[in-house]
Ligand binder design. Sequence first.
Ligand code: MTE
Length: 304
Amino acid sequence: MANRWTNTLSWNDVTPEAAFLNRRQLIAGAAALGAAGSIAGSVSAQDSGDALEPNTWEEITGYNNYYEFGTGKEDPARNAGQLTTQPWSIKIDGMVDNPGDYALEDLIAGLTVEERIYRFRCVEAWSMVIPWNGIELKDILDVAGVQSDAKYVAFETLVRPSEMPGVASRVLDWPYREGLRLDEATHPLTIMATGIYGRDIPNQNGAPIRLVVPWKYGFKSIKSIVRITLTDEEPQTSWNMANAREYGFFSNVNPNVDHPRWSQATERRIGGGLFAARQDTLMFNGYEDEVAAMYDGMDLAEFI
Ligand code: MTE
């Protein structure tokens, strides 16, 4: 597999006028970003043929799941503004050569921020297309120096009750936890997002840095990360702990394996309007060519 992944959805594929406007704003926004790292152009025209238009800023930042701020779709936008995201540090520990508490700006200084237009598919069967700005997780793990016996990566979200009204509820066991196998974590599609549309990622979307794993259901893409642990055991994950029958460790998008309470065959694209037809969900959310080999020989109905 090529080292660097090239965008399969490109700005060339989106609705012409809106796209050009967005693209300009994106570049302007990127130039104005004081953030560490540079935005590398990653747009290429080798598209798979599905002309996808990214969701609007308002849709992406107004309809969210972030239970630390409440369980309603509009709660995060309403409540997350008070979250302090500066200073921010990430503890990297476990099987790494350079464990420690890294200031976010030091951790990502010099790493390349790329634009990645990805499909995003929630297990609740809604979806969006989101133009992220992010750093390949592999580049961040390289800073920490992953040891050869590590097999998994575990992630944790901040828990700060004074700023997160949702953690007063026991709806999940806090902190929100997620995990990936090491090959998934170092796959070139896996990014840590710091921006959307070239602007800093808003709090409700997981500021200042969140995981994005586009071939998995959205709950794997954990927000506002404060800890990354390298381990040789499969880590516990929040939704799997809450209900193992409904939420597996892998949670790859799969139209052929239904959730116990709803079908995963189709999805509702946010912003499509009340009468828009549901669209077919794609195997691995459309990233089958890139990721299927990682699951060769696994029964995907068993390893949900
Ligand atoms: N991360 C944390 N810390 N808390 C959450 O409640 N929700 C997950 C995921 N990451 C969640 C989280 C779920 S269910 C989804 S679908 C996505 O975030 C939603 O991301 P978005 O709001 O940016 O669309």
